[in-house]
Design a protein around this ligand. Structure first.
Ligand code: SF4
Ligand code: SF4
Ligand code: SF4
Length: 652
């Protein structure tokens, strides 16, 4: 084991050094193309919700002379990396220039703002992209009013492209090395039973108390989020409910909980709390009795869910509807509050009619995200011994036992193929009398399997939507946001076009493209596998990159809002309170100069793992290198194109 680990570590280190060499070469080379600084005069026109130009490109050391105007209401040009917040009024071409580092100091009143596109010290070489935003509330979509300043030479872009070439080089090398034994070793040796040695940890997990306490805490938080969203300030950027939900919770779910602990949010999710309570009439151990084939006593009609709806289509549709109205959800706090309230009411009502957690299994929009991405997580639940499960007749995990409730997701752990559908409710750890269930640690991204058409569409949808969301909310093009502005601009016609385009993209264009690529892959490689299976495998490898795209999306959502969260926590309803003395602290973004670096790094990691998973998937089919290369080429090119586009998007 030690030998394998050392070998693996050395190999990874060498790979890492190689990729860094490619990156540094590109980053250093681009410095030789720096141009002689000049003076540039730019007029920035401000309007709801954008700036024209929305992209300012210049060379390092250029002297920029900016003048401003507003087409409608008051706006600002907030450029934290250059310590300026320029307040613009529609009535005058004179602006007030505040310092972001000290907003209380007297502003400079001027017609023209001049500064040199140059950072201090090493940052001069590292920071090539900065976002300018608006810091005067100007309407419901104010938070998305932004543009970017790009300084050439763009070290980050070249560094990232060098890294991309390095990753592709390593991938090609690994394809032609084509070793099955290494993979088998690595898979088996790296699953570690987390509860095997620690009886204490097992007792904590099996005990219902910690789970119930955390669920009730989450319930209280959700209750506060609903109340504050509905009754708090209408300004979404200052509404604690909206910030807690769409900045903090989303970040935790996407960037921490799901990648590390899979569906751990479901372990403490309060949405099915009342439904479970109604069906079980207990928060703790099961009541004795039998209900419709289950070995626990359940209440309610407990009807079977219709067979035709036992797939992921319904939840995909629910997710797409929420996605379609996401701008309204974020920009209108009361809409956000009502939507969350509905997410409590619907599962509770469904539990009166259908058995177990029908909502979680077939309707929940959150599961559209957490279920597929849980395949990548570093923690998973599975059986310890397959042979024990094979001999087990009572299937306590699925049917329940005096120790634990029947699996709310209808799973027999002995037949569980992947972690997608397991809601990590932990009941099977309590119900399995053979103690044959445990939590395992595994390498990140080791599973990326798609088994059905509806799951394939879900995977494609969440992958595509990470890109669409990024363009919509992090992009600098105000015209794009006009397509979703049904709030103050009432652009229903544009919104209709947006809905048709996005749904068509998610449900038809991207799946059709992947299917076509799968067909090409089959023809190129001449393998005796169906196009459908290749399509499933292509879809599965989208997961690692898809997750990283999502993390790259949520990071700025949180980092931009950290001080707003502190302000709103002091005054959650906007009633002039100041609980923690933070209600009037000045707005600062968290490490804005490093965000593009983190985003580029994440999507490159995503690409690396996705490419690795293509190879891993097809190696088990005993292909030769040539076939492996040919079957991987279409999806490899697809992923590389997406990553190149997103690298330009995030860094340039
Ligand atoms: S599936 Fe949805 S409702 Fe159910 S526990 Fe998970 S997040 Fe909550
Ligand atoms: S996990 Fe336990 S209860 Fe479920 S099939 Fe295996 S041995 Fe039986
Ligand atoms: S398999 Fe176990 S942990 Fe997963 S949902 Fe079913 S009972 Fe809960």
């Amino acid at each position: 084991m030690y030998c394998i680990d050392m070998k693996r570590f050395k190999k990874r280190l060498l790979n890492f050094i190689l990729v860094v060499c490619f990156s540094l070469m590109a980053a250093i080379t681009c410095q030789f193309f720096a141009k002689v600084p000049t003076d540039k005069s730019i007029h920035v026109s401000n309007f709801r919700y954008g700036k024209e130009p929305s992209v300012i490109r210049c060379n390092r050391g250029d002297r920029l002379h900016l003048t401003f105007s507003s087409e409608d209401t008051g706006h600002s040009f907030f450029l934290e990396e250059f310590d300026m917040d320029v307040k613009v009024s529609p009535a005058s071409d004179v602006v007030s220039v505040f310092k972001t580092s000290d907003p209380t100091s007297n502003p400079v009143i001027t017609k023209e703002v001049s500064f040199t596109a140059k950072h201090q010290g090493i940052l001069n070489y590292l920071v090539s992209r900065s976002n300018f935003r608006c810091h005067v509330w100007c309407g419901p979509m104010h938070a998305f009013e932004q543009g970017k300043l790009v300084i050439f030479p763009n070290t980050l872009l070249f560094f990232s492209l060098g890294c991309l070439i390095g990753i592709l080089f390593l991938w090609m090398q690994s394809v032609f090395r084509n070793s099955v034994s290494n993979l088998a070793d690595s898979e088996n040796s790296r699953m570690i039973d987390l509860l095997e040695k620690s009886g204490f940890l097992r007792r904590i997990i099996v005990s219902r108390w910690p789970q119930i306490i955390l669920t009730i805490l989450a319930l209280v938080m959700m209750y506060m989020v609903i109340m504050i969203s509905i009754f708090g300030t209408k300004v979404s950027g200052r509404n604690l409910g909206v910030l807690m939900m769409w900045a903090v919770w989303l970040f935790l779910l996407v960037a921490i909980l799901t990648p590390l602990f899979g569906r751990s949010w479901c372990t403490i999710c309060p949405l099915p709390f009342f439904g479970d309570w109604f069906q079980r009439r207990s928060l703790f151990s099961p009541e004795k009795g039998q209900t419709k084939g289950y070995s626990n006593k359940f209440y309610g009609l407990f009807l079977k869910w219709p067979d035709k709806l036992k797939n992921s289509w319904l939840r995909l549709i629910v997710f797409l509807i929420l996605f379609t109205f996401s701008t309204t959800l974020v920009a209108k706090p009361w809409v956000s509050g009502l939507a969350i309230l509905m997410l409590f009411l619907i599962p509770t009502l469904m539990s009166l009619i259908w058995e177990l957690r029908a909502f979680c299994r077939y309707v929940c929009p959150v599961s559209v995200f957490v279920a597929p991405f849980s395949e990548l997580s570093t923690i998973t639940l599975k059986n310890k011994s397959q042979s024990v499960c094979d001999k087990c007749k009572p299937h306590f995990c699925q049917k329940g036992s005096p120790g634990g409730w029947a699996c709310p997701y209808g799973i027999n752990v002995g037949e569980m193929k992947d972690s997608t559908e397991c809601g990590l409710c932990l009941e099977c750890l309590r119900s399995c009398s053979y103690k044959n269930v445990s939590l395992f640690r595994r390498p990140f991204g080791s599973e990326s399997i798609v088994r059905s058409l509806s799951d394939a569409w879900i995977t494609i949808a969440i992958f595509t939507m990470a890109i669409v969301y990024s363009i919509l909310y992090l992009g600098v093009w105000p015209v794009v946001r006009d397509y979703v502005n049904i709030m103050d601009k009432q652009n229903w016609d544009l919104f209709g076009i947006y809905v048709v385009v996005v749904w068509f993209l998610v449900l038809v264009i991207v799946p059709a493209t992947l299917y076509l690529l799968a067909y090409i892959g089959q023809r190129l490689s001449k393998v005796k596998t169906t196009v459908r299976e290749i399509f499933f495998s292509y879809t599965g490898v989208l997961l690692p990159l898809g997750l990283m795209l999502w993390i790259a999306f949520v990071i700025p959502m949180l980092f931009v809002n950290i001080t707003f969260i502190a302000q709103s926590a002091s005054d959650p309803f906007g009633w002039g309170w100041d609980f923690f003395g933070t209600s009037n602290i000045p707005w600062h973004q968290f490490l804005p100069q490093y965000v593009p670096w983190v985003q580029a790094f994440l999507i490159l990691i995503g690409l690396y793992i996705s490419l690795r998973n293509i190879r891993k998937k097809w190696l088990s089919y005993q292909m030769n290198s040539n076939q492996l290369f040919r079957i991987s080429i279409p999806i490899g090119l697809f992923l590389t194109s997406v990553v190149t586009f997103m690298l330009f998007f995030f860094t340039n």
